[in-house]
Every structure is written in structure tokens, then in C-alpha cells.
Write a protein that binds this ligand. Structure first.
Ligand code: GLY
Length: 343
């Protein structure tokens, strides 16, 4: 008679301490005397290098093309050369790419070393640095390989956003709109009311929107870290968004903006969302200087890219639609329905 043993590991709750409205000057206190290695890209080194503590610093290339296993291997080898052990703290200072790569290496090297993030873009402060997803791209597919491991801490210094180009600010606003649209009507209203100041780089306005977006994301991730339930709401705009990003090389935030527009229109078409609410979403996206659409001539490529999305099951995949501003719903969407959303 075969014997079956179930190994049930007692839950290992992970805590990630998110410091909002904080100062980069408090980073040494978070390191608490440990050996630290910083990971940055060339832009962050140029813009903020003189404000960083005097710790060993490893540089990765800037840009989405860097988010590969090859980069992670180079980084892991460099960290080994620095003599890291399981007590070493690795700190990624930068945007979403730096957070992803640092988190992936941190959560796999030596089967896991402590790591933290100092997000320097609005997109990373509202979304990428929060929630423990650490993914890299493979064969043109976004975040196909990755881990879900929480950073020990996230330190958000909104003063770091002062050097962001306006288009990058827009990309961060796109992710904040996404979080608000699916889970926080008050945050949506706040973004509407403070959008002009956000676009002008007002630090107080950014602080309030980052706090609202992080609070909502923390609520969803705490319920569903592994992305099988309510966390999936945060994929709003991402089915088409990832396809647009892949086919046109559009930045993530702008692609998500066009993806949210299409998902909003599908929500209205399905009778889930009142047309006036769909218009409200589009008005905010447009006011933020973000694209509502994309060139339709590459539609077959987009449809093929949707088919390759990692969340897809057969010809249907979980899509995120809206029932109201602030109330998203995860629902099966047939490939044909996205096909019908051709601009
Ligand atoms: N960026 C979506 C998530 O973290 O779940």
C-alpha cells in the first residue's frame, strides 16, 4: 500500500515595511549596520548618485530590454564577487526595471537574501515597488519568469520625483488611475482634482496620490499575494496593454492607458458600466496626456500578442472590467471580444 505524506509548511507571513513620504537620508537606518550593495541604473547614478550612502554600487543598463535572465545572472555574479551572504542587504534604487531585477536576484540568490527598494519613479512608487512581484521578460513575453517575494522595505522619497521627465510622470499617473478605477473611487476623485498639480511635479500632490494608491494596493495584496483572487484587479488595462507594449514598444504606462480605455469601452458594451462612467475614465486618461488608443494597422499582431499573454487559458482569459469607477470585476473575456475592440 503506497504511503502518502503531506508536507504542510506552517505559514511564513512576509512583512514589507513601506515608508511613505520618507527621506533617502533614512536609508542607513534601515540597513541597520548590515553589509549593503546598491543596484542602480546609469540614469539614477547620474541624477541621485551623490545623495546615496557610500556603499558598493552595481550598475545595470536602463530600460525594459534589461529585464532579462542574462542581466540577473550578471548581477548575481557581481554580487557573489562582492562577497554577499544571507545577511547582506541588496537595495534597488530606481524605477520598475531596477526593482524587478533586484527583487528577482534578491529572492533567488543563495535561495533568498534580504532586499529593499528605493523607487525613484512615480510608477514604481505607486505600483512596481509594492507587492513583491519580481519578474523578468523571456522571449518577448512580459514577466514570464519571476518570484513573489516581498521586499523587506520600500522607502518612497517623493523629492526624488523632481527629476522625472513629464512623460514618465504620466506613466505613473496611468498606474494610479488603474488602481483607483478598480478599487478606490475616492482616489480617482483625488487624481481628478489634483491632476494639474501632479503634472507640474507638485510634491504634496504626488505624496497624497502615492499614499492612496499604495493603501489600496496593500489591501488587495494582503488578501491575495499570489494573484489568484482580488489582486488580479490590478491587471486592469494590462491584457491589451502588454500586447501594445510588445508590438509597438510603447512604454508600460502609456500602453496600460490605452488598454484601460479598451477595457472601459468593453465594460460599457457589456452593460456593466454606465456610459458616463466610461467617459469619466477616458477624460482623466486624456487630461493626463496619455493615449486613449494606438495605431490600428498592426491589429493582427496585437491579437496574436494577446493570445500569448501568460494569464491566458485556452481562448478565454481573466479580464478586468469595471462596474463603476472604483469597482472592478475579474471576469472571463473571450479573445473575440478583445478582437472587437479594434480602434
Ligand atoms: N502590478 C500589478 C500587481 O502587482 O499585482
Amino acid at each position: 500500500m503506497p504511503t502518502q505524506l503531506d508536507l504542510v509548511v506552517a505559514g511564513r507571513p512576509q512583512t514589507s515595511c513601506i515608508h511613505l513620504d520618507a527621506s533617502l537620508a533614512s536609508l542607513p537606518a534601515l540597513a541597520a549596520g548590515r553589509q549593503v550593495v546598491l543596484v542602480v541604473d546609469a540614469n539614477v547614478r547620474r541624477l541621485h548618485g551623490t545623495r546615496l550612502p557610500d556603499w558598493p554600487l552595481l550598475e545595470i543598463e536602463a530600460g525594459e530590454a534589461t529585464k532579462t535572465l542574462a542581466t540577473c545572472e550578471r548581477l548575481a555574479r557581481a554580487l557573489v564577487d562582492q562577497g554577499v551572504d544571507r545577511s547582506t542587504l541588496i537595495v534597488g534604487v530606481g524605477g520598475g526595471v531596477t526593482c524587478d531585477v533586484t527583487g528577482f536576484v534578491g529572492s533567488t540568490l543563495l535561495r533568498g537574501v534580504p532586499f529593499g527598494f528605493v523607487p525613484t519613479t512615480l510608477l514604481a512608487q505607486v505600483d512596481a515597488a509594492i507587492g513583491g512581484k519580481n519578474g523578468v521578460n523571456l522571449g518577448g513575453l512580459k514577466n514570464l519568469v519571476g518570484t513573489v517575494t516581498q521586499p523587506e522595505f520600500v522607502l518612497s522619497d517623493h523629492a526624488l520625483l523632481a527629476t522625472l521627465p513629464p512623460r514618465e510622470v504620466g506613466c505613473g499617473i496611468a498606474e494610479a488611475i488603474k488602481t483607483a478605477a478598480v478599487g478606490d473611487a475616492a482616489l480617482f476623485a483625488l487624481i481628478e482634482a489634483s491632476l494639474d498639480r501632479l503634472l507640474q511635479g507638485d510634491e504634496q500632490a504626488a505624496a497624497r496620490v502615492v499614499e492612496g494608491a499604495v493603501r489600496t494596493k496593500v489591501r488587495l495584496v494582503a488578501e491575495d499575494e499570489r494573484d489568484h483572487g482580488p489582486r488580479r484587479l490590478l491587471n486592469f488595462g494590462h491584457t491589451l496593454g502588454h500586447a501594445i507594449e510588445k508590438v509597438f514598444g510603447t512604454s508600460h504606462g502609456e500602453a496600460v492607458a490605452a488598454g484601460m480605455t479598451a477595457a472601459g469601452r468593453l465594460s460599457v458594451r457589456r452593460g456593466l458600466l454606465p456610459a458616463a462612467e466610461g467617459e469619466r475614465l477616458e477624460r482623466l486618461i486624456e487630461r493626463a496626456g496619455l493615449p486613449l488608443s494606438y495605431p490600428s494597422d498592426r491589429w493582427p499582431d496585437l491579437v496574436a500578442a494577446i493570445g500569448h499573454d501568460k494569464k491566458r487559458v485556452r481562448r478565454r482569459q481573466a479580464g478586468v472590467l469595471l462596474r463603476a469607477i472604483g469597482d472592478g470585476v475579474v471576469i472571463e473575456v473571450d479573445d473575440e471580444e478583445w478582437r472587437d475592440m479594434r480602434p
